[in-house]
Write a protein that binds this ligand. Structure first.
Ligand SMILES: Nc1nc2c(ncn2[C@@H]2O[C@H](COP(=O)(O)OP(=O)(O)O)[C@@H](O)[C@H]2O)c(=O)[nH]1
Ligand SMILES: [Mg+2]
Length: 650
């Protein structure tokens, strides 16, 4: 694909540059003997190796998602049918030869399948209606150009209840770098589309792609595009999605890619979308992904470099002097360990407080939203009419109750999502900002004491006092292991205001939603219907209209009761999963950073003593080695400076 500046090739080159520097830094840490730094670097490398650009395609059934993904891939990889086809979420990624595997629910490993049979296996089985496909996820490996550029395409099933709310789909949304929201150019937005867009895509800048543009006559195209845009701007405002609207003919695009007809591909509209997507991924998302590790590594390189003069000085100190100083450093060292424990406890406390805060706020909100269930249930739009025929009444009642419950649950889900992004997220962002400030101060003071301890041990004051303070705040270095990607969100946010709020929200919303899936499925339906029967609503000889009103009241009341009952439990679970997924890695990273720094000090003293015991030759060799390492570190630091500068300028 394109090699122009700002494209995939440029991003790949920068990634390569960073992994190169990373390997070099790993080798230096190994030669120094700093195992803590070494494993940190290898964590970062591993993350970078497995990281990719995730592009998720969402939209209702039969909007042409699979066709469109195939067009991007340039091959008929995914099943496309005139009837609803894709039943499971499908990930397409790069591999030298085609392969496929399927995941069953709760399976620990996937089943390899013949890619030729994939279509048949993941196609919605119309005969067994209502029966769910046993598979929950498919992975397709294909030797395709786009995927070679580190892009993973994710095709999703429709947006109706079960599929769009399940953990897997929301999980993908959490790691998606770009979301392509696919709609039919002329069909008005469905309830599901509107709801998904306003509930889950608030933190994204989706690409809005309108398919079936070929079905519109030339003279009507202006009107159609204006109406389509309006559907989105009415929901999200005029400004934010400028440049994000694409009108395409997916079917022709696919055919053109397969036959190699460039002119036709360009006129299908998919080519323009493809280059906009490339630009976005290779600049903005790329930057989000690699700026954080680059800065963390830069901090690490500086830190290693600052410690070297001390180790050199230890080699050269007078006989007995180092031992004497080490002896008197024991008390301050114990104090430092106590400080580390103090910081650990503080982070734990702060995390617990944050979790409680989330739990209380959410619990309160859910209790309040429960009160709205009857109001919502009173005007859910229904497709089934109750009618007067007593023979069909029971079935109809079940259907209508189901529709009322589902409609109400959806509306509540929307309210929850809006509350999470509008009210909860700013609170969390503010708390995290305060926590970051607090931690930076605490870690800064820990580092200053550690520095002082080194100075006391070696008498070398130049290294730390050269006025060249770290450019990166302590937290950036301590969070190097979690990095700004993968877990992105919160950790990334804490590493600099640069990505903050929006990245954090991307992680937060799906995390909350996954924890509360229960709320959004028309829960307790059998109970509801049983309740209606008990209340005699069904048996009574009410006319359709009055019966419907009664049912709405009963369903609304019952749902309100259930939400109220469940609210504390749901809030606790969601708050816990928020801390587990976002705060825990931060806590762990800070803790291991503290202990590895103390270990490193002890190690450097022991290493210097050991070298000296080996005699003058060993000391000379180590001295030369350390000086070379110092020089290498200086160069690595400069390389990282350049890389960070380039990234910031992007
Ligand atoms: N005319 C036309 N047909 C399309 C377009 N995109 C998809 N289709 C057809 O629409 C049907 C459903 O497409 P599919 O990709 O399976 O939809 P999905 O359910 O959203 O994945 C298939 O028959 C496609 O050939 C388009 O842009 N124009
Ligand atoms: Mg499909």
């Amino acid at each position: 694909m394109s090699t122009e500046e700002g494209g995939y090739a440029a991003a790949a080159a920068q990634r390569l540059r960073l992994t190169g520097i990373c390997r070099q830094l790993g080798k230096i840490a190994e030669q120094i003997g700093d195992t803590g730094a070494e494993s940190l670097v290898s964590d970062i490398l591993q993350r970078m190796d497995t990281d990719a650009f995730y592009v998720m395609v969402v939209g209702d059934f039969k909007r042409g998602k699979s066709t469109f993904v195939n067009a991007l891939l340039g091959a008929q990889v995914l099943p496309v049918k005139a009837v609803p086809a894709t039943a499971v979420i499908t990930e397409v990624k790069f591999g030298d030869s085609p392969a496929a595997q399927l995941w069953k629910e709760d399976a620990v490993s996937p089943e390899p399948v013949d890619p030729e049979r994939l279509v048949e296996l993941i196609t919605v089985n119309n005969k067994a209606h209502g029966q769910r496909n046993p598979y929950v996820k498919a992975e397709v490996i294909w030797p395709l150009e786009l995927c070679r550029n580190n892009v993973v395409l994710v095709d999703s099933p429709g947006l109706n209840d079960h599929e769009s709310r399940d953990e897997i789909t929301l999980g993908y949304l959490r790691k998606a770098d770009a979301v392509i929201f696919l709609q039919h150019a002329i069909a008005p937005m469905s309830m599901d589309e509107t709801q998904f867009l306003s509930s889950y895509l608030e933190a994204y800048d989706p690409f809005f792609v309108f398919t079936y543009f070929d079905a519109i006559d030339d003279h009507e195209r202006g009107e159609v595009t204006a109406a389509a845009r309006h559907r989105i701007t009415a929901l999200r405002g005029e400004e934010r999605d400028a440049g994000r609207f694409f009108f395409v003919d997916g079917k022709t695009a696919l055919r053109a890619r397969i036959t190699g007809d460039t002119a036709e591909y360009n006129s299908s509209g998919v080519a323009a979308l493809e280059s906009a997507l490339e630009h976005y991924l290779a600049t903005e998302r790329h930057k989000v992904k690699i700026l954080a590790p680059a800065r963390a590594l830069r901090g690490l390189a500086r830190e290693l470099d600052r410690n070297l003069p001390h180790e050199l000085a230890m080699l050269d100190s007078r006989t007995g002097e180092l031992e004497r100083r080490w002896e008197s450093a024991q008390q301050p060292l114990r104090e430092l360990q106590a400080q580390a424990r103090q910081i650990t406890m503080d982070v734990d406390n702060q995390t617990r407080m944050l979790q409680e805060r989330v739990e209380n706020l959410l619990g309160g909100f859910l209790a309040a939203v429960a009160d709205e269930a009857p109001v919502v249930a009173a005007d859910v739009a229904l497709t089934t009419k109750l009618g007067m025929n007593p023979l069909k009444l029971k079935e109809r009642v079940e259907q209508v109750a189901g529709e009322i419950a589902a409609g109400t649950a959806k509306r509540i889900e929307e309210k929850v999502a809006q509350w999470v992004s509008g009210s909860l997220e700013p609170v969390i962002a503010q708390d995290l900002e305060k926590l970051a400030e607090r931690l930076n101060a605490e870690l800064g003071s820990f580092e200053a004491r550690l520095d002082q301890l080194r100075v006391d041990l070696t008498g070398v004051t130049g290294a730390a006092a050269a006025g060249e303070r770290q450019q990166e705040p302590p937290l950036t270095r301590f969070l190097a292991g979690v990095g700004g990607f993968v877990l992105g969100g919160v950790a990334g946010g804490m590493m600099g205001a640069q990505f903050g709020v929006k990245e954090a929200l991307r992680a937060l919303l799906p995390t909350m939603a996954i924890a509360m899936v229960w709320l959004f499925t028309p829960f307790g339906l059998p109970t509801l219907i049983a309740g209606l029967v008990i209340q005699g609503i069904v048996q009574s000889n009410m006319a359709g209209g009055r019966l419907e009103t009664k049912m709405r009241e009963a369903v609304g009341r019952e749902m309100a009761t259930q939400i109220r009952l469940e609210a504390p439990k749901q809030a606790r679970a969601a708050a816990k999963s928020f801390t587990d997924e976002t705060m825990r890695p931060i806590t762990e990273s800070v803790n291991s950073g503290l202990s590895s720094r103390i270990e490193e000090l002890t190690r450097s003293v022991a290493a210097a003593q050991e070298t000296r015991e080996q005699g003058a030759d060993a000391v000379d060799r180590r001295r030369i080695e350390l000086k070379q390492l110092d020089e290498q570190l200086r160069r690595t630091g400069e390389d990282l400076d350049d890389l960070v500068d380039d990234l910031v300028r992007m």
